[in-house]
Design a protein around this ligand. Sequence first.
Ligand SMILES: [Zn+2]
Length: 213
Amino acid sequence: MKTIENFLKYNKEWAAQISKDNPEYFENLAKGQMPDLLWIGCSDSRVPAEIITGAQPGEMFIHRNIANQVIATDFNCQSVLQYAVNVLKVKHIVVCGHYGCGGVNAALNKQSTDLVITNKWLIHIKNTYRLHQEKIDSFQTKEERIDRLIEFNVIEQVHALSHTSIIQKAWDTQNGPEIHGWVYGIDDGLINGLITIKPGDAIEPIYEYEPKG
Ligand SMILES: [Zn+2]
């Protein structure tokens, strides 16, 4: 197991190596960022966004939480979204879940008496399960049911993004961003694309903002 000192030692060596290879690297990065992509992923330590996609510093704006959720009352995620769309003007948003997600697995079990805050966060996944219960329960094994809920959860978050005023306004005025739902396989390292929605795609009418005037 690595110690804190190990991490700091690595950092010194890493910074020295990069500065040696490219003396202007950090100076250029410090000038500012204009990433094309917002990544909304799970906090799971096995799904590092930059490593699995080859993204370099400056290429990806990142928000992660347990089970990659987009909750309308979560100011953390919503403010990341607003900044990414309105200021950085990202062209793509990726919601990336992963097979073997402990958060989704936990949501299919009874609520833990010790994790009262986490329960509240996972309640949204339980709601997604109830929404698709018939389809999910038609699968034989628990593993298959968890996998399907992991996929439905990602798709729900993609739609949840399209329900925000931030996205609907950007679709009207910026002709973007496209929103993608992916699931990453921890056991094979591969990304499975599930859904992409883009400007002009239908939004469930009850989630549409009324036109002004
Ligand atoms: Zn997870």
